[in-house]
Design a protein around this ligand. Sequence first.
Ligand code: FE2
Length: 287
Amino acid sequence: MLTPATAERIVQDILHQKFGFFPVDRTLVDEVSGQWLAFVQRRIKTGDAADWLFTNEGEEESDVGLVVKSGETHQYGQYDHKLLFQNSVRLRRQLARKDLAAADWVFLAQHRVLMEHVQRVELRLLEELERLTGESGIVGSVIRSALKPIPYAMSTLRALVYQAVAGQKGAQKHLDRGFLTLHSGDVNGRLVYFDGPDDDSPKPIDVPSGYGVAFPGIKWLWVFAGKYQPLWHGAEVTSDGERVAHPYFSHVELCGYMVRDFRAALQDFHSTFLPLMQQGQYHWRMA
Ligand SMILES: [Fe+2]
């Protein structure tokens, strides 16, 4: 577990440099990465990827379980070429009724162990964040979003694979939709950051071995009224192989607002919420 001094240093880095490195159990991460690639191979072999996709109550897009993106165009541009798996209470409830192969249960169990490992680090960091900023209610809100699916605000560990396809570019410049992301286990790729939305020069984040990187998503703007900024970032594929990574997305529930898309949310924050906050007429916590 993190010592108080380590937790404080990581949170100070996140507040002032927009990212910080946290220690992670590398053996566990490597184990889950192997299980995850084998899980994807089984889906390709059996052709049952669609059976692993679920929709959260109150959402329009399906993003629980296994999601396959193949460069399709959408409202704001084009999806990456990737497969992702998102764990949740709802997914486990749905799967409990199915007759799964033993190897699939092993993957689900291992993935959950990694999720709980990262959640413990995260909660420690969030306690420290509350202490350093004086902003209360973050820990409680994040725990609620992990235990009960809230539309567009599900805290979850995502297993990610960027396939080795022609034109694979990794992830384009974006903000995460959540509050805090804890990203670990990057293989054949790396995160890059940008100084802001207008910066087009990606700068690599060199994560030390045995560490993951934690950084703020867009909900940071609501919680800190724009005082601290989220990290503009993307990802590069650094070799011809498949890129694997395990980001954990944590959410807080925002009073009266759901973040469906980061671009629209950024606009809404500046045009509606920030002016209200400056007049003392809005606070992110639910009443
Ligand atoms: Fe991201």
